[in-house]
Design a protein. Structure first.
Length: 408
């Protein structure tokens, strides 16, 4: 009878344990947690986001002291309380909990786990641990052109050179499979690559990193002066496999410093004390055109300008010339190389202004020199002297006539 009583007691103890375990199991699984949303999505390194957790009582009993704890690990952290006491949560009821979570500056792009713990009643049931995926992504995943320079600064037609472009990763994380392509395919672009491809490849570039991309190019012979816009196509990927394409515009200049030659020539032999016409010749012997050419002469004690002292010529193409004509009177006391001060202003085809100050030399002869060199004949000299004498006599005769007439 005693053994029978012990058996009954053991069965009751076992039943109690089983019932207790069953209740404990039900309590453990009575809560269900999910992420309702988080904003912004994806989150960014060095910022914060707000996350809403939904807690459902899916058990058959009321949760008497429901508790929720956020347990952030790198790259996440919070400034406030991690534990939230929900309290009573009836069967099939739900509630929402919101947290403000910080993302570390050094967070890596990709998916990181945010850990939580919860229980229907921490005093009677174990805490359940669960993790949720949070997508971290650098919003400014981008490559920018920091600077660009060409060597030379302006390309002459047919000239070789290079374009150096500094590319910067403005994102916080590493970008990879970077391809920078200079698009020279347009028929209006007078440049061609030399040797290398028009695509430059960079395997990886860390956040904030820079790299110099160099393209060797040549200007097509016969290219017109001007500023040409060249498209740059940049493709790259981030750490989570997203692909990006961006485009930039750089400018290359066809032009250069004009090469101008000037000289002066008279229409005929210039003699001391005479008047004559001269031509100032402007020769463009360079590879680029010039425009808005203006020539101005300045008188000296040795000669006077009888015409306009400034003449506008206009445009002069490469390998061409034009002239400006002036009328001068040379002093009778001067012979030899006559210095003629000249100022010439013009612009390149790209509107770069230039000014040249130069002294031109023109040979002036005395009558004796011209006769001895056979430049003028004696008869010509006699006629010339006759004309000069006639003018002198006429001048004094006119003055005498005018004086006599005034007395009357």
């Amino acid at each position: 009878m005693k053994n029978k009583g012990l058996g009954i007691f053991a069965i009751m103890v076992l039943f109690t344990v089983i019932m207790s375990s069953g209740a404990y199991a039900v309590t453990e699984t009575s809560l269900s947690v999910s992420v309702a949303k988080y904003e912004p999505s994806p989150v960014e390194p060095g910022s914060y986001f707000e996350i809403w957790f939904k807690i459902d009582n899916t058990g058959i009993d009321t949760a008497r002291d429901a508790t929720f704890i956020l347990e952030p690990e790198f790259p996440f952290s919070i400034d406030g309380e991690a534990e939230t006491s929900i309290g009573i949560l009836n069967r099939l009821e739900s509630t929402m909990i919101k947290y403000r979570v910080n993302v570390d500056n050094d967070a890596v792009e990709g998916t990181s786990k945010l850990n939580v713990k919860y229980s229907a009643d921490p005093k009677t049931s174990a805490m359940v641990t669960e993790s949720f995926n949070i997508d971290i992504r650098t919003a400014d995943a981008d490559l920018n052109i920091v600077s660009m320079k060409s060597e030379p600064e302006q390309f002459l037609p047919g000239q070789k050179g290079s374009a150096e472009i500094i590319v910067k990763n403005t994102a916080d994380s590493t970008l990879k499979n970077i391809k920078v392509t200079m698009d020279l395919s347009s028929a209006t672009v007078p440049f061609a690559p030399i040797g290398k491809s028009t695509t430059y490849v960079i395997k990886n570039m860390v956040g904030g990193g820079e790299e110099t991309v160099t393209f060797d190019i040549i200007t097509i012979p016969g290219a017109d002066s001007g500023i040409y816009k060249i498209p740059l196509i940049i493709t790259f990927s981030d750490n989570v496999g997203n692909n990006y394409t961006t485009s930039e515009i750089i400018s290359l200049i066809v032009g250069g410093t004009p090469d101008i030659l000037t000289n002066v020539e008279p229409d005929s032999v210039f003699l001391s004390g005479t008047t004559g016409d001269i031509r100032v010749n402007i020769i463009n012997k360079g590879l680029v055109d010039v425009k808005s050419v203006t020539v101005k002469l300045a008188s000296t004690d040795d000669f006077d300008i009888l015409s306009n002292d400034e003449i506008y010529i206009g445009n002069i193409d490469s390998d061409d010339f034009d002239s400006a004509e002036f009328k001068l009177y040379v002093s009778p006391s001067f012979s030899g190389d006559l210095p003629i001060p000249m100022t010439m202003t013009y612009m390149s085809a790209n509107n770069d202004p230039f000014e040249i100050e130069e002294t031109l030399l023109m040979k002036v002869y005395t009558t004796e020199e011209a006769q001895s060199l056979g430049l003028v004949s004696k008869s010509s000299a006699g006629i010339m002297y006759g004309v000069v004498l006639f003018l002198i006599i006429g001048y004094f005769g006119y003055k005498r006539y005018k004086k006599k007439h005034k007395k009357n």
